[in-house]
Ligand binder design. Structure first.
Ligand code: PDD
Length: 278
């Protein structure tokens, strides 16, 4: 695999980052994941917009313009022959002697790689996923897409140990989001409910597209917090993310949602999202 590191396209084994890199020492780094279908980037403009926002929130220098980054993404897709999969990109504040304060004048690092992955025919899209609920122990700026992902990893491991696919994170009784996705329920009267934006969740790029498509379909939407009990009583549930698009959730904490199969609104939204993407 050919990867990109600070201006160079290299075989992955030749790519190097300093042990003093602040991404490594402090998780002082932000990232984006864009999916690739038929060799083309999906929703990439949104990902570039969010990258800029994450960098600005952390007063981190921009390593390159959005246009330059997109050119590198496309070069990697081509060099690695990616028809279906993803492009990962990470910007770190750069290398400096270990110190909690941000160093002045370090050069940010830009790292990118591709991953081949079956996204369209994923079995989970057809049968849906099962989730458990787990306390949201992450920090309070989840709107910034940092690489500080250990709490999300722990929640996912907890889900796997319980025989489930993923975890929905819960704070003060309300669902915030999935470990790496946004979370939705559909009420018995057909309203799509997903948490409002704020510091507590990531503003998903797929979320934005899914809500726009739902609105175009005339589906009622409420952007507000919902409780675990409300989710358990819902007609349907689903998640969105760049790599799973719209994926139905068929059970929460071992309790079936609806009849325990992918719901019609989730399937409809996945269908129209895929139609627009392809
Ligand atoms: N995760 N919430 C969290 C905590 C996420 O990590 C993600 C994405 C999302 C969905 O955002 P988007 O629709 O822009 O992908 C919501 C990516 C896919 C990841 O970490 O691999």
């Amino acid at each position: 695999r050919i990867v990109y590191v600070n201006g160079k396209f290299l075989p992955e084994e030749d790519a190097k980052i300093s042990v003093f890199d602040r991404g490594f020492l402090f998780a002082d780094a932000v990232y984006e994941v864009s999916s690739v279908l038929n060799g083309k980037l999906i929703d990439n403009e949104g990902h570039m917009w969010r990258l800029k926002r994450s960098l600005d929130e952390l007063e981190m220098q921009h390593p390159a313009s959005a246009e330059e980054i997109e050119t590198i993404q496309k070069t990697l897709i081509e060099k690695n022959g990616i028809e279906e999969g993803l492009v990962y990109l990470q910007v770190t504040r750069g290398a400096a002697d270990r110190d909690f304060t941000y160093p002045a004048n370090t050069k940010p690092s830009l790292v990118m790689f591709t991953q081949k992955k079956n996204l369209l025919e994923s079995p989970q899209a057809k049968v849906g996923i099962t989730v458990i609920t787990s306390p949201d122990i992450r920090w309070q700026r989840r709107d910034i897409k940092t690489v500080s992902l250990l709490a999300a990893s722990m929640a996912k491991m907890q889900a796997k140990a319980a025989g489930a696919d993923d975890a929905w994170l819960v704070e003060d009784g309300f669902v915030t989001e999935g470990s790496s996705s946004n979370a939705y329920i559909v009420t018995q009267d057909g309203t799509v409910v997903t948490r409002h934006l704020g510091n507590e969740i990531l503003a998903g790029i797929t979320r934005k597209a899914a809500l726009r498509l739902a609105e175009e379909e005339g589906i009622k939407i409420e952007e507000r917090s919902f409780t675990v009990d409300e989710a358990l009583a819902a007609a349907e549930a689903f998640v969105t993310s760049a790599t799973t698009f719209v994926t139905p959730v068929v059970s929460i904490d071992g309790q079936k949602i609806g009849d325990g199969t992918p719901g019609p609104i989730a399937q409809k939204l996945r269908g129209i999202y895929m139609e627009e993407a392809l």
